[in-house]
Design a protein around this ligand. Structure first.
Ligand code: SF4
Length: 364
């Protein structure tokens, strides 16, 4: 049974709550499949359309991206202090992860241990939210709306489960969601505008940037800079922005020089890893498989460089309007740690939100 049919079946099943999470990139791409110009921000229409399908709660994956930033940033600071496992590989991209696991298995320890935002949100729904609602996790069917076909594989990886609980039950791409909405006669332009439901509350700007190349690093560096140099409150890292397939820059944070590489396209990643001397000179490498990051993903409407640029500008305009720019400044992320996860890297956070990266062939 394909995943659209599985979602339809769950929506018809008595006693099951279907919960959706929506990746940041969707809000600036789904409109193209309904006649809107590329880059139009349609967050509220998208939430309204999902509710019209019968989905009970619609959460923003950007919230989980903020939690990922806090976990990853904490691990990065620790690695910097110990000068260990650098460069840090930062990525929410399962295709890049699988590429390294397959082709450069000697480098899997460069990944941060934290799961991707999709898996983090799924884990929080089936633990934190299910406990908050006093309902068994079995009563929830979690569907992720993603820009990506590889997220379907990620959701099925056994390393993502916790205590045998599968966190994401189905993944629909942007194109599949549009197909389902059209089949049900739901037009995006006519959908009622609705706000995301609150699992933790509003996302910070940083989490919204996960959909574009350079965005994961910008979110990470906002957190790290604020942690190491709180006086400065630096939130703009324009040096990280751009659309070239490989960008390199040097920044200074709290007196430390950091060399950062941002790559999209697996051939660019491969070239960088194979240039051993250069590779080991970086402290952070961000990697995304698709051109421009998730806004150019394989589950998105077909794009050109011009269209992708408009999508990037759309997502950056969302970030520009956010008043909370640093993930750890989000009141709800703070609340989550206070009431549930304890502190970044705690036993609970590691059990629930961290994973292992494996060598797909035997590790040397
Ligand atoms: S960059 Fe492409 S493959 Fe990677 S998570 Fe985004 S959409 Fe998926």
């Amino acid at each position: 049974m394909d995943e659209i049919e599985r979602v339809k079946e769950a929506l018809d099943k008595e006693g099951i709550q279907v919960i959706a999470q929506v990746a940041p990139a969707l809000r600036v791409t789904i409109g193209e499949l309904f006649g809107f110009p590329p880059g139009t921000v349609l967050t509220k229409k998208l939430v309204g359309a999902l509710k019209a399908l019968g989905i009970e709660k619609v959460f923003d994956t950007s919230l989980a991206a903020d939690v990922v930033t806090v976990e990853e940033g904490t691990e990065f600071i620790h690695r910097l202090e110990k000068n260990q496992n650098l460069p840090l590989f930062t990525s929410c991209c399962p295709a890049s992860v699988a590429f390294v696991e397959n082709k450069h298995k000697q480098h899997v320890n460069h990944f941060c241990a934290v799961k991707s935002p999709q898996q983090t949100m799924g884990a929080l729904i089936k633990s934190y939210y299910s406990e908050k609602m006093n309902l068994s996790h079995e009563k929830f069917f979690v569907v992720s709306i993603m820009p990506c076909v590889v997220k379907k594989i990620e959701a099925k990886r056994p390393e993502m489960d916790f205590n045998g609980i599968h966190h994401v039950d189905a993944v629909l791409t942007t194109i599949e969601l549009a197909k389902l909405l059209k089949e049900k006669g739901i037009e995006l332009k006519d959908a009622e505008e609705k706000e995301f439901d609150r699992l933790l509350g509003d996302a910070a700007g940083g989490g919204q940037l996960f959909g574009v190349t350079g965005g994961v690093s910008e979110s990470l560096l906002r957190f790290v800079s604020n942690k190491l140099d709180p006086e400065k409150k630096k939130v703009e890292f324009t040096e990280l922005r751009g659309s070239e397939g490989r960008r390199e820059m040097e920044l200074e944070i709290a007196g430390k020089k950091l060399k950062i590489a941002i790559v999209h396209g697996l051939h660019n990643l491969n070239d960088l890893i194979e240039d051993e001397k250069k590779f080991s000179s970086f402290q952070v490498i961000e990697m995304m498989a698709c051109p421009g990051g998730c806004i150019g993903g394989g589950g998105q409407p077909v794009s050109t460089p011009e269209i992708r640029e408009k999508r990037i500008q759309g997502l950056r305009s969302v970030d520009a309007k956010e008043t909370v720019k640093i993930s750890s400044d989000s009141k709800e992320v703070q609340e989550l740690y206070k009431t549930y996860l304890d502190e970044p890297g705690s036993k609970k956070a590691r059990e629930l939100l961290h994973t292992v990266h494996i060598c797909l062939e035997k590790c040397d």
